[in-house]
Design a protein around this ligand. Structure first.
Ligand SMILES: Nc1ncnc2c1ncn2[C@@H]1O[C@H](COP(=O)(O)OP(=O)(O)O)[C@@H](O)[C@H]1O
Ligand SMILES: [Mg+2]
Length: 243
């Protein structure tokens, strides 16, 4: 059976702070799904629920794969990574004093990935040639765009089937935003990777997405294909200033 992620009706939060209310979202194999919303609306919280970092208080997160269903709300983050789910966290979270190569190695802790380090790093260097050129450079000494590439590459070192990318464009100059988003598109087109991408940059996100969801104050207020998103009133007023 093909891979599919089904998030059904989840509530989640931090103590008294309720961050998600009845959120449902589906990603089918080889799709790129955009989770769109401005700051503080719950995008990162939703991704953390998929990774087992935040536990929903209600609802389910089910990964279907290889004719089996896994309830991710009952698994540890390590078990979720072992199933083939990886996240590029918001703000990249690299180890600035370690080299590019060392940062990549830290992405390969998944048992299955440990035996495939050579293959997976060759793959990363093929997608991101700039990292190959700079493999002995300290991560913290690279540009923001290069650091984002490294953060994505590090996640790819676990050979994921489902990749979550939390705000890849944040803090990057416009030309690098476009370059980064194009790389994510390439991962889908060339390698069939399934991607959930949180973004505030609407135009860039829908350039590569198959479908999108808009999250406002922890609730999904709109879901649809790219054309429907572009024509949506809410999108027009929030993002395009034409509402
Ligand atoms: N660790 C935390 N402790 C308490 N509240 C948090 C924490 N992380 C996020 N929040 C709150 O949860 C809500 C959603 O945040 P978040 O998921 O980070 O949104 P986004 O990623 O869309 O910016 C916000 O109101 C935010 O202040
Ligand atoms: Mg966030």
């Amino acid at each position: 059976m093909a891979l599919e992620l089904n998030i059904r009706d989840i509530d989640a939060g931090y103590g008294a702070v309720r961050a998600l209310h009845g959120v449902s979202l589906t990603i089918a194999q080889s799709q790129t799904v955009a989770l769109l919303g401005t700051n503080g609306n719950g995008k990162s919280t939703l991704m953390k629920c998929v990774m087992g970092i935040v536990r929903p208080t209600r609802g389910s997160v089910v990964l279907s794969m290889d004719n089996r269903q896994y309830d991710l709300t009952r698994l540890s983050t390590e078990e979720i990574v072992n199933l083939g789910v990886a996240m590029v966290p918001e703000g990249r979270r690299l180890f600035p004093k370690l080299t590019v190569e060392e940062n990549l190695l830290l992405g390969a802790f998944r048992p299955l990935a440990r035996g495939e380090i050579a293959k997976n790093s060759a793959f990363c260097y093929e997608i991101f040639p700039v990292l190959a050129e700079r493999r002995r450079q300290l991560a913290g000494s690279m540009s923001g765009g290069q650091q984002q590439m490294l953060a994505i590459a590090r996640a790819l070192m676990s050979a994921p089937k489902l990749l979550l990318v939390d705000e890849p464009s944040v803090g990057l100059a416009p030309i690098l935003v476009s370059h980064t988003i194009t790389k994510i598109k390439e991962l889908k087109e060339r390698y069939g990777l399934t991607v959930l991408m949180a973004e505030q940059n609407f135009h860039q996100a829908i350039r590569i997405a198959d479908r999108g969801y808009i999250i406002v104050h922890g609730e999904i207020v709109f879901e649809g294909g790219v054309q429907a998103l572009e024509q949506n009133e809410l999108v027009r007023s929030y993002y395009l200033g034409t509402g």
